[in-house]
Design a protein around this ligand. Structure first.
Ligand code: DX5
Ligand code: ZN
Length: 226
């Protein structure tokens, strides 16, 4: 499996889409230029909210060719790795806080033919991924406490992204940095400046206003530096 390309991408999170018109919302964001789709899977245990499971991932896979960036906010994710692979996940990200044997879980994701990511909650130190960095395709920094869309960006995430970028350089890992939570026109450029590659955006794309205009506006901000 070829490594992920280090490039700046907006990853629209369908958590904030209209679930009754999910196919339409995805088609529109894809037509507006999206090159990846972020899917937030929540189990009501690891996070206080419930979203959807492999069935929805499979349905999304059936209507788009875009890579599916699947973020598991679930306890004991090992039970479901194969189900998400079969559903069409391309990148599978688990939370370090939810895995007792993180090395084993990452190895299994890769054996199943997916790109492996690990996510850290705002209160979790980068040391939680240090030992496994060389084997990772992606590290997902949560810049809000996971569970809900539309929350405010936590400013200390910026320093965390900078430090992670240095750690990745130091160990020559190919891991991409993804940032998730509270990304909008006011935060996106500082996140990019700190070293992030994939920028998850839910509310800022599917919230108020027009999906195409929202996506294009955010995308234009990835092209210009202030
Ligand atoms: C939060 C999810 C995010 C969320 C981001 O638990 O992991 O992907 O949908 O939403 P916004 O961009 O609205 O903060
Ligand atoms: Zn997410």
């Amino acid at each position: 499996m070829s490594p992920l390309k280090k490039e700046l991408l907006i990853a629209p999170s369908i958590l904030s889409a209209n679930f009754a018109a999910l196919g339409d919302n995805i088609t529109r964001v894809e037509a507006a230029g999206a090159r990846i789709i972020h899917l937030d899977v929540m189990d009501g245990h690891f996070v206080p909210n419930i979203s959807f499971g492999p069935g929805v991932v499979k349905a999304v896979n059936g209507i788009t060719q875009l890579p599916l960036d699947t973020h598991l906010m679930i306890e004991k994710p090992d039970r479901y790795l194969e189900a998400f692979r079969d559903a069409g996940a391309d990148i599978l990200t688990v939370h370090a806080e939810a895995c007792t044997h993180l090395h084993r879980t990452i190895s299994r994701i890769k054996e199943l033919g997916m790109h492996a990511g690990v996510s850290l909650n705002p209160a979790t130190s980068l040391t939680a991924v240090e030992e496994v960095l060389p084997m990772l395709d992606l590290v997902l920094i949560m810049s809000v406490n996971p569970g809900f869309g539309g929350q405010q960006f936590i400013p200390s995430s910026i320093q965390k992204i900078r430090t992670l970028a240095m750690m990745i350089d130091d160990c020559r890992s190919g891991a991409m940095i993804e940032v998730d939570g509270g990304i909008d026109a006011s935060t996106i450029q500082s996140v990019i400046g700190a070293g992030a590659h994939y920028l998850v955006a839910g509310n800022a794309v599917f919230g108020n206003g027009n999906i195409e205009t929202n996506f294009s506006h955010l995308h234009s901000l990835t092209l210009t530096r202030t």
